[in-house]
Ligand binder design. Structure first.
Ligand SMILES: Nc1ncnc2c1ncn2[C@@H]1O[C@H](COP(=O)(O)OP(=O)(O)OP(=O)(O)O)[C@@H](O)[C@H]1O
Ligand SMILES: [Mg+2]
Length: 349
């Protein structure tokens, strides 16, 4: 059941985390974790999970699906790198491409919530009331999923809007945030969670995620920040489920994607052994795009709806096809991650 790597990871996690949280992470009863820590459960086979390639990691993540639905979160070493953009785009693409129309959720727990804006919606009374009812409910046995709103153009996309002011945000406890996430996990095929930036609140919430998208922009700040993030990912046991999404490729003044990738590899090698380096895969490369939100008939529309043929939309679809291989999403021939996007950017000069 556990590889040698799992056993070591559980021991590291136990130094700073409660057994309950570790058990949730591995989707096993708490007693199993206790047995591991006592040494009663050891690795059956030391070579089962080396996580050296993407497919292996996706399979690790897939383990969670037997127990609950998939949860996707994003983190960045610094603000404004595109977490909200990536999550809202993926949520909309999921709502469109999920084969059986099952519900998709997006939960906005950020201090400065921008999911509603990024979806192309206006903050009207119904959204303010929904945000308020989530915030001021006592949280005891409350059904948060009944407070969601539906995206007007995608009726299987359920949204929990964020708070209205930062003071409101200070009132939400981590327990309440975890409760909201768990309820959505139970009801939605995929739940996208836009987390607070502060690791004080986010750290343990990340354990509810099956896939962590480390969203970076190709610049030196991201290179340094990524390295600063690594010990936290390791301590929380999230390395295996973390993938890099590089955003804003082609923005003037930023590094070229291939140079960024090379520099990142060199940085990681400086700090860690070469085998650790192989644990981070680039899942997608999103281009700098002018029309993420377009004014259509007096209303704003997100590019995923307004332009299904854009490079940006194609790359979002490509990432989704990697996250949900069983959906059999057809990606455009010329949109295949690095090759497609970089090839075309290169041509545009
Ligand atoms: N690929 C892109 N092309 C053009 N603009 C982008 C792209 N990605 C993000 N942006 C813009 O950059 C800004 C920051 O993006 P976003 O809000 O998604 O980042 P964030 O990481 O969620 O920020 P925060 O730390 O504030 O939560 C937004 O105005 C967004 O529209
Ligand atoms: Mg954000």
């Amino acid at each position: 059941m556990f590889s040698k790597e799992d056993i070591e990871q559980i021991k590291i996690m136990a130094e700073s985390l409660e057994i309950k949280l570790i058990a949730e992470t591995y989707n096993v009863p708490q007693d199993v974790i206790k047995d591991v820590l006592r040494g009663d459960i050891t690795a059956e086979n030391n070579t089962t999970k080396t996580s050296t390639d993407f497919e292996t990691k996706i399979k690790v993540v897939e383990k969670a699906r037997f127990v609950r639905n998939k949860t996707v979160m994003a983190i960045s070493p610094g603000g404004g790198m595109g977490k909200t953009t990536v999550l809202t785009s993926l949520a909309m693409a999921s709502a469109i491409h999920i084969p059986n129309g099952r519900p998709i959720g997006i939960v906005d727990l950020a201090e400065y919530p921008k999911v509603i804006t990024a979806l192309g919606l206006e903050t009207d009374d119904s959204i303010i009331n929904t945000a308020g009812s989530i915030l001021f409910g006592d949280g005891n046995g409350k059904d948060y999923t009944s407070s969601k709103i539906q995206h007007p153009a995608l009726d299987n996309l359920h949204v929990i809007p964020g708070v209205i002011t930062t003071d409101n945000h200070l009132e939400i406890t981590s327990e309440k945030m975890a409760d909201i996430i768990i309820q959505f996990q139970n009801q939605c095929e995929i739940t996208f969670v836009d987390l607070p930036a502060s690791l004080i609140k986010t750290g343990e919430l990340l354990l509810h995620g099956d896939i962590i998208l480390i969203t970076l922009t190709p610049d030196y700040g991201s290179l340094v920040g990524f390295i600063q993030l690594l010990p936290t990912l390791k301590r929380l046991g999230l390395t295996n489920r973390s993938f890099i999404v590089l955003n804003r490729i082609g923005y003037p003044g930023l590094l070229e994607a291939k140079h960024f990738r090379k520099a990142l590899t060199a940085k990681i090698n400086d700090y860690y052994s070469v085998s650790d380096n192989s644990q981070f895969e680039f899942l997608g490369f999103l281009p700098e795009t002018q029309d993420l939100l377009k004014q259509i008939n007096g209303e704003k529309e997100n590019i995923i709806l307004s332009n299904s043929k854009s490079d940006f939309t194609g790359e979002v679809k490509y990432i989704l096809s990697k996250l949900c291989p069983d959906w059999q999403i057809k990606t455009e021939e010329n949109s295949s991650g690095i090759a497609g996007i970089l090839g075309r950017l290169f041509k545009q000069g």
